[in-house]
Design a protein around this ligand. Structure first.
Ligand SMILES: Nc1ncnc2c1ncn2[C@@H]1O[C@H](COP(=O)(O)O)[C@@H](O)[C@H]1OP(=O)(O)O
Ligand SMILES: [Mg+2]
Length: 289
């Protein structure tokens, strides 16, 4: 298992109280689900540390981000529970649980504080999934009897009709770079800002047609922040590459090695985005940047 968290902080004296609370919470969920197991704090620490695999190009690895979009989670906006599976370096399975995401059309307000208050309604909460070569699907998160429906990216090539998505947090992805890309491409609609991998889910079901992410140059992208969304978008007919056009490569360990950032879109738009990316990269920076 390749997972984001480890137990280091919980092993400190200052983490003892939190460890007790986590252990109690797990045991109460286990009791409710009649799992028949009661864990000790030490067992909880060991389980968390099972996520220390380094991934790589061979074998099978689960890739877990238990809360992707921590800032969105804390800010009562969007977040996702993300699980992927790598087989010999290729993402073959992906699941995204998006508790605060409406099942129907999504607007700006759904990416803002208050989204969490709508969670729990029968039309809020989405589960996206994909199995390599078997398509991408969406289902209501809380209805285990609902039949998942096949999803597809928007069949769109005209940037004037396209809506693009990006991070809420400009420190995670440069809003000025995406604005320059959008202008170069001829996008006229304002961005849809959402936290976390819910953006990959929205792209896959055609709620928006472009996702761009340009983190600071020193930031190293982690595989658990993209694995599930990547296979879901590809199976929905979209393309996900870095800004130089290389398909994301999950076979190199816990990190992705990217040229500038990530661009995801239906194929016809994606091609235009890559052209825009090379023009924006070649343009001189405005003074002061
Ligand atoms: N300084 C940073 N630059 C870019 N991305 C970051 C930075 N800090 C955290 N992230 C990651 O950005 C992702 C969320 O992106 P978004 O802004 O689209 O919601 C999270 O996975 C988060 O990692 P983490 O999961 O460790 O918090
Ligand atoms: Mg994350």
């Amino acid at each position: 298992m390749v997972a984001e968290e480890d137990s280091a902080e919980l092993r400190q004296p200052a983490g003892r109280n939190m460890l007790e609370r986590i252990t109690q919470l797990i045991n109460s969920v286990f009791a409710e689900a009649k799992v028949g197991v009661v864990l000790t704090p030490e067992e909880v620490l060991k389980l968390i540390d099972l996520g220390d695999s380094q991934g790589g190009p061979t074998g099978r690895h689960w890739v877990l981000d238990p809360i992707d979009g921590t800032r969105g989670f804390v800010g009562m906006r969007q977040y996702a529970v993300c699980l992927g599976m790598l087989q010999d370096g290729e993402v073959v399975l992906g699941v995204l649980g998006c508790p605060n995401l409406p099942q129907g059309p999504v607007g700006e307000q759904d990416g803002q504080e208050g989204a969490a208050q709508r969670a729990g309604g029968s039309d809020v909460g989405c589960l996206f999934s994909a199995h390599r070569n078997y398509g991408a699907y969406a289902a209501p998160l809380w209805d285990e009897h609902a039949e998942p429906v096949r999803i597809q990216v928007e069949d769109l090539s005209n940037p004037r009709e396209a809506r693009f998505m990006e991070s809420v947090e400009s420190r995670h992805s440069s809003h000025s770079t995406t604005a320059a890309m959008a202008e170069e491409l001829g996008v006229v609609l304002p961005p849809l800002r959402m936290d976390s991998q819910v953006k990959y889910g929205l792209l896959s079901r055609g709620c928006a047609s472009i996702f761009m992410r340009f983190p600071p140059p020193t930031y190293k992208e982690k595989i658990w922040d993209h694995a599930a969304g990547f296979v879901i978008v590809e199976e929905a007919g979209g393309r996900v590459t870095d800004a130089g056009g290389a398909r994301l490569d999950f076979s190199r360990g816990r990190f992705l090695q990217l040229d500038r950032g990530i661009i995801a879109a239906p194929p016809a738009l994606h091609k235009q985005l890559l052209q825009a990316a090379s023009k924006v990269a070649a343009a001189p920076l405005p003074s002061g940047q």
